[in-house]
Ligand binder design. Sequence first.
Ligand code: PMP
Length: 343
Amino acid sequence: MSLNAPALSATVKSPLDLIGKTPMVEVTKIDTGKCRLLLKLESQNPGGSIKDRIAVEMLDAAEKEGWLKEGGTIVEATAGNTGLALTLVGRARGYKVLLVIPDKMSKEKIQHLRAMGADVRLTRSDVPHGHPEYYTDMAERLSQAIPGAYYVNQFANHSNADAHVKTTGPEIWEQTGGDIDAFVAGIGSGGTITGVARYLKSVGSRAQIVLADPVGSTLAGIVNEGVPGPDGSYTVEGIGQNFVPDTADMSLIDKAYSIPDAEAIATARELLLKEGILAGSSSGTLIATALRWCREQTEAKTCVTFVCDTGAKYLSKVYNDAWLADQGLGERELHGDLSDLIN
Ligand code: PMP
């Protein structure tokens, strides 16, 4: 037997030393038109998502500036992944971690966070920015009430995009040898798209910066029409907003696509069936966008996007036929037999 994985890395003393330098894999079984579509597997970070990178950068800055001191409490509003990353890095450095999470997020993420030692407070998913129960408003209030608390605020924290300028951008440039025509990402905080776009522009890359936005998020409208699109709810977790976060530089984005939940989920499922890659829901939106961009091209091009986190966190949702049927996003397995699994 021979395995084709790239060279082994040296042993390390902490999982924190395994953050970043994630692998890239080409999509070869799904029709990508004339394009080479490359996925950077951020799901391979030890905390399971792209957010591990920003946790290190944001906590380093907070310690350096004296905002976070021994025995302090890290407070954050998160769709889950930033929380997992902050808990991984924060607990290793001896801090307490308190997280405010909208209640639509998957139970796998919430259970994972609690098992890692985070204090998780759930709040409403159906209220807008500025409402006292909106997750960021609630996190800010809690941080003011707790002595020694540091509110990370990934949505306005410049270390967020800096992490991607320093690590994700250079890695993409190196792994593609600078041969990149489009870079596709979503916006939760906007740190990823802003940081990577800044780096690519700084090295003179020709890459178009493409926003992957869920239908129901207002951001694609800002890019394509100059005005926010209609605000609505959607199932995809971690991307899409009804406001522009301070960390998102919309002027760097060339084009946006609005992807319905059904297309994002179908894409994530196709990726698993055809390519064997288990990706989360936001990755479904990103890859659906990348496929639309790729299929529009008339010449050979290279497009890069992410698997932001693993689908293992969404087995009860994206990969659960009964749940999808309840959401009107798929057909329920009527007879409950196992023929699908056997065939
Ligand atoms: N995907 C997932 C699963 C996320 O949790 C997030 C952030 N909440 C993103 C993508 C978006 O990344 P960013 O915050 O850098 O815009």
